[in-house]
Write a protein of this length. Sequence first.
Length: 256
Amino acid sequence: MNKDIVIGILAYNVSSYIEKITKDMSTLGIDLLIINDSSTDDTYVKLQQLQKKYNFHIINNLKNVGAGESTRILIKHANDKGYKFFIKVDGDGQFDIKDVKKIIKIYNNSEYDFIKSNRFWEAGIIGRIPKKRLFGNLFATMLLQLTTGTNKIYDPLNGLFGISTNITTHLKKNYPVRYGYPFYISVVAIINSYKTYQINNTITYGNQESKLNPLKVLYTLLKLFIYFYIKKISIKKQFGAYQRSAFFDIMFLSTL
């Protein structure tokens, strides 16, 4: 068992899926943290029952704080407990355990700080992705590439990723507590020069209920884009070699 790695699972109203995902993740030989975000179904009761069978730690939010804030709580807890690498998984059964194994293998055989996933390849989507998710991810990819200057990173709203736990020091100003947190983490990792690797993963869309509000996601992404773009300009202005680029960035921003 690798004691440097911990898997964190988000659980909110996932009573139908949590037993299978807990069982699957328990076979990997990695410590598990599961956060119940004040579910209104019997998810928490099932977790307490499963805890007797599988060895994992439960964090129970007394009120619903959102997926973003729950992820931040998990990462901070992992960092406080001395884990070096955190793998975030959703509790709704959409992710393939093979992709979690990929992240573990890559981390164990390399020095990557951030291993993210991309579902947009020929075998990346099983079922039918909701149109609002498709548009949201295409828009988020464009904003990510404009913000970071890279054109090799895609799907920044993908919820399966592994990240160095020391990123907890960066999850502060303008961190989104509900929507857009994978985008935030992706940008923070890249602009802070985290050694980054991207895998192709597979996501299965079935009967899971999407709680995304398209307008709120769009607003959050635009707000984060402007925040990080201004931050990028402020960094460039400090270095002579990048001041010309900062000028053009300012001109671009002024046209928005």
